[in-house]
Design a protein around this ligand. Sequence first.
Ligand code: PEP
Ligand code: MG
Length: 316
Amino acid sequence: RVDVIKPLMAQYKTSSDGERMRILANINSVSEINKLTCLPSSGIGLFRTEFLFMNCSQEPDEEQQYLVYKKIMDMLPSNYEITFRTFDFNADKLPLYMSMSSAFNVDTNQHHRNTLVKQLRAILRASAQRQIRIMFPMVAGYEETMELIDLFNTVKQNLTAQGYDTGRIKTGIMIETPAGALMSDALAPLVDFFSIGTNDLTQYTEACSREAATHRNDELTPAVLKLIYLTVQNARKHRIPVCICGELVHNLNYLALFISIGLRDFSVAPFYLNKLLEKIHELEVRIDLNLATKINAVRTKQEIIELNKSLIAQNF
Ligand code: PEP
Ligand code: MG
């Protein structure tokens, strides 16, 4: 059990408009949770659940999954927020039991639905007595979001009818495709939170490979910035929290800009938690009333770097 996660309050810094900022962890495995003992974080902003079952030779059943999720929850203090992302199978994260064609074959939609029901049942059962967050990856459309939330509600009702206890759950979606960002005004009222995945958002916006997108973590492109900005504005308009959890956050060159546009929750790999916390504490961000116009006018990656610098009060 991880008893001491560095005092939770230590991770907070209040921004100039009085809002609390949080740093959260991206976690891929049970063993990685142990790293959190000596690192600062207010919660897990992204638990990539597909990695938990990468080496299984068959799809894990509900009971197998329940035991793993329960173990994770038992390892962490009850007031420590955990955001489980439902399975996100893709070329870069494919378990042994799944082939590329089964992962992407549209005829297997029903199969994917059964898999999702099994996973939701397992997470919900394991969540009894605590509050957790569940988020769905790669969501881009209104109907799709409605269907997922309906499915979640049905699973929860069925469990209750069967006598199972479930926790208090917030449901959210990842905004990681241009379609998701463009639809964020319509999607926000359907969910409790957004989480922006810059790895896929970069890949799909810039039509580059996933590898190129993650290696570009030093390169926030103008198009991706505009989509992030739009998503944050829509989240704030509808008063839902929005986190940013892709590798771009590892690059501190954009932190002033991210804070300026209204991001308050940052989720990063454990290795970056200390660095990010330090930077958040030392940074003084200047309020720029013309920020919207400036973001709209940005044409190059270099202009983004300059805009970020101009937002750091110490540079002014
Ligand atoms: C992302 O796409 O930015 C993200 C955080 O999810 P993943 O890296 O697991 O695709
Ligand atoms: Mg992603």
